[in-house]
Design a protein around this ligand. Structure first.
Ligand code: HSE
Length: 433
């Protein structure tokens, strides 16, 4: 087979990593694929790319020059964002080019439209790099678990957030300090609030939920809560209780529909996923035939993400010789078999909870508190009263599994007790069984 030409839109952190890997591992890739792939053209805001000078690439500031180049077979969109990136991807598809993208926001928000356009043109759109960086989790779920019904999946799917939580816990570094380092290392999004407020993780969870359950992409229905409100006190208290606080994306099939939620979560410290630290990501999947499986690796950074981009390029080259009926569907399920399902409202989600508040250190206070728990039918799994300072004690409570609505009502009543002197902090707890 003739050599395949790749055009890259965006020669930044991931684009440069892609060029580097294609050239460094040319021999291995060719031995696997049976033909050469060459990055022959790329677009960037500036053509001044000293790190890429040693490679034979035509660098232009005009992305359309790449899309319209008849010698380019596959366009890799590595620009990010959803406005220009969407225009360029749709333009590439209209030109009959296959597309590889690392853009989770683009797929989560506009994937339904993009896949419909690609299907109409008979081209592939591959997006392995959009979720969990270098971990081939899309391929694992879409193809490796194709025999299974999936019950749930949970993931640490934002490297920046996990890096921040880990450094804060282990080194007592400030949130801002760690975030700056994550930006310098190329982990963070252009707008880092996407990382710390859970939006980036929600984009990725939307994609995982879709391929796991055969539902259309539904970003706007994914519940999202960030880590910016997590205090070092809660990290410490959680540890004392035998838990780690992790920012999890959770997609679960329940009787009422599908839960899709991203939020800080206490996870028992014995669970593998509780021990995923730094920029590493992990996705744990519970499926009916295989049981639990877990996928672990670098979730961000130049070459880990580029590793997934190159794997997608190789896959797309293989599909170029495969008739459509034999191709794996874009979202794992046949397009006409995707079914919209109820996404469970967060008030109806069932979870266990960690509550933490300060209460006056005097007789009868605990009796008043536990009476409110009984009135809301919330059972207490554990309670710890820390030593009082200035007649006020921190109290930590773990509940059994209840509807979020009941916990919210309980918190409202607790907050109205005169003896509780602080805000009631609430963090969900998942035992992952
Ligand atoms: N900002 C993302 C992260 C990059 O930190 O995980 C990879 O999607």
């Amino acid at each position: 087979m003739r050599a395949i030409n790749i055009g890259i839109l965006g020669l930044g952190v991931v684009g440069s990593g892609t060029v580097e890997i294609v050239n460094r591992n040319r021999e291995e890739i060719t031995r696997r694929l049976g033909c050469e792939i060459n990055v022959t053209q790329g677009s960037a805001r500036s053509t001044n790319k000293p790190a890429l000078e040693k490679f034979d690439i035509d660098i232009t500031t005009d992305s359309y020059a790449v899309i319209n180049n008849p010698d380019i077979d596959i366009v890799a969109e590595l620009i990010g964002g959803t406005t220009l990136a969407k225009e360029l991807v749709l333009a590439a598809i209209a030109k009959g080019k296959h597309v590889v993208t690392a853009n989770k926001a683009l797929i989560a928000l506009h994937g339904n439209e993009i896949f419909a356009a690609a299907k109409a043109q008979g081209v592939r759109v591959a997006y392995e790099a959009s979720v969990a960086g270098g971990i081939p989790v899309i391929k694992a779920i879409r193809e490796g678990l194709t025999a299974n019904k999936i019950d749930w999946l949970v993931g640490i799917i934002n490297g920046t957030g996990n890096f921040i939580l880990t450094e804060m816990r282990d080194k007592g570094r400030s949130f801002e300090d760690v975030l700056k380092e994550a930006q310098a290392l190329g982990y963070a999004e252009a707008d880092p609030t996407f990382d710390v407020e859970g939006i980036d993780a929600a984009h990725k969870l939307t994609i995982l939920g879709s391929i796991a359950f055969g539902i259309p992409l539904n970003f706007e229905k994914t519940y999202t809560e960030g880590i910016s409100t997590i205090s070092t006190d809660d990290v410490e208290y959680a540890k004392e209780l035998g838990y780690e606080i992790k920012h999890l994306g959770i997609a679960r099939k329940v009787d009422a529909g599908i839960e899709m939620r991203v939020h800080p979560t206490l996870v028992p410290d014995k669970q593998l996923i509780a021990n995923v630290n730094g920029v590493m990501n992990a996705v744990m999947v519970m499926a009916d035939a295989v049981g639990p499986t877990m996928y672990y690796g670098a979730g961000a950074g130049s070459e880990p993400t580029a590793s997934a981009v190159v794997a997608d390029i190789v896959d797309v080259v293989r599909y170029m010789k495969t008739e459509e009926v034999r191709q794996v569907p874009y979202l794992a399920y046949q397009t006409d078999a995707l079914e919209a399902q109820q996404i469970v409202a967060i008030d109806d989600v069932q979870s266990a909870y960690y509550l933490r508040f300060h209460a006056e250190d005097k007789s009868g206070v605990m009796a008043d508190i536990t009476a409110l728990f009984a009135a809301e039918d919330v059972s207490i799994e554990a309670v710890v009263q820390k030593e009082a300072v200035s007649d006020v004690s921190p109290i930590l409570m773990l509940t059994n599994v209840v509807k979020e609505r009941a916990i919210n009502s309980l918190i409202e009543k607790l907050s109205a007790l005169g003896s509780i002197t602080s805000k009631v902090v609430r963090i969900r707890v998942e035992h992952l069984q």
